[in-house]
Write a protein that binds this ligand. Structure first.
Ligand SMILES: [Zn+2]
Ligand SMILES: [Zn+2]
Length: 128
């Protein structure tokens, strides 16, 4: 009667290796976990998978949805976020491991739904 039983309650405890640690960025919206420090430097400000961010202020911590991509003349691509609660805008650099599909979808969205005929504009700038 010396063998141990298999009814150790601890063995049923589910530990996941996606448990966020202090050095991780855990997305509260899609559940993705990534290093808080993207490979191209800086500190991660938005989820690399769904590109959502958190409005991290004392008065508001609501979700910020990515609404557009901005490309400064002399800088890297940036994601424009808008807070779903207070409508605040912010911009954060696109990281090297961000979901390229989401980034590109935002980048081409204005061209897919132009507010005026694109043909006329292309003619005006000599593109045709
Ligand atoms: Zn996410
Ligand atoms: Zn807010």
């Amino acid at each position: 009667m010396s063998h141990t039983t298999s009814h150790d309650p601890l063995s049923n405890h589910r530990y996941t290796d996606t448990e966020p640690s202090a050095g991780d960025f855990a997305c509260g919206w899609c559940g993705a976990v990534a290093s808080a420090y993207p490979p191209d430097g800086g500190r991660r400000g938005h989820c690399p998978s769904c590109l959502h961010a958190r409005h991290d202020t004392p008065s508001c911590d609501a979700r910020m949805t990515p609404i557009a991509v901005a490309v400064p003349r002399d800088g890297d691509w940036r994601v424009i976020h808008r807070c779903v609660r207070c409508d605040a805008l912010s911009d954060r650099p696109v990281n090297g491991d961000d979901n390229q599909l989401v980034v590109m979808r935002m980048a081409v969205r204005p061209l897919a739904q132009p507010p005026f005929p694109l043909e006329a504009f292309a003619f005006a700038v000599g593109a045709v």
